[in-house]
Design a protein around this ligand. Structure first.
Ligand code: C5P
Length: 241
């Protein structure tokens, strides 16, 4: 049962519940890219991403990562802890792809020497610009302690996700996470982990287009978008936590 709509994002809607500490997150089939300049739907995406994210949140919990996930309550809905989302999108990259290639002239697919953590200011009007620690401090987006915690948490999540996706025969190229602060000030992994928020390449395929199993298929009009999500879901759900 859902209560009042609290917030509608591009891919999910958050509802209140009878418990002020618990929210209901409903995953949508809507897909957007390039700060919503490109819009569409991916058949069954809501259910697929909800299933994938539920499984991965539970896996990460077993590895000691605190998440907002409580339980999946329907094919496209999960209960989550009510948190204050920090206005920072935290991106971790293992291989160069997407915006870093444009920004720094790196070749798509070039492995990075070590995982790179980047912060983006979560602000649609500004197009989510890349920011430094100094900007985070200047804009009061997080405390210096939270910045240190965010970076470590992002690297820990990357480590566990790499291990998990390796078992799915998938390469974790990069991903974005959002972090929330609970009533006690503890940082929890929030939002979602799915092919909307991760670049995932099929390890068994060398062809640079055919191996893409994530939202880049939608962004770049590569076709077989829902099929790619389906494939990721199949492998994720078959991988024991
Ligand atoms: O576009 P960019 O290369 O910076 O994206 C890095 C990673 O963050 C990709 O996996 C992308 O799917 C994810 N991302 C996201 N939401 C955004 C921006 C990026 O999930 N608003």
């Amino acid at each position: 049962m859902s209560g009042t709509k609290l917030y509608e994002g591009k891919a999910k809607i958050l509802f209140t519940t009878d418990d002020p500490h618990i929210l209901l997150s409903r995953y949508k089939d809507d897909a957007t890219a390039f700060n919503a300049l490109k819009k569409g739907t991916i058949a069954n995406k809501g259910e697929m991403n909800c299933a994938i994210a539920s499984h991965i949140f539970q896996y990460l919990e077993t590895q000691g990562i605190a998440t907002h996930f409580i339980k999946q309550v329907s094919p496209n809905e999960m209960q989550v802890a009510a948190v204050q989302i920090l206005p920072i999108e935290v991106v971790v990259r293992n291989i160069a792809a997407g915006s870093i290639c444009k920004r720094l002239g790196l070749a798509q697919g070039q492995p990075l020497k070590q995982p790179l953590v980047e912060f983006f200011y979560k602000n649609d009007d500004l197009g989510d610009p890349l920011i430094t620690d100094a900007h985070v401090s200047m804009l009061d987006l997080a405390t210096p302690e939270q910045v240190t915690q965010l970076k470590q948490l992002a690297l820990d999540i990357n480590h566990h996700l790499q291990t998990f996706f390796e078992r799915c025969n998938l390469i974790l190229v990069d991903f974005k996470v959002e972090i929330g602060s609970d009533a006690n000030g503890h940082l929890l992994l929030a939002d979602e982990i799915s092919p909307d928020t991760c670049r995932l390449w099929d390890k068994a395929i060398a062809d640079p287009t055919a191996r893409i199993l994530d939202k880049d298929r939608f962004r770049q009009d590569l076709g077989n978008v829902a099929e790619a999500y389906q494939e990721v879901m199949k492998r994720v759900l078959a991988t024991i936590s």
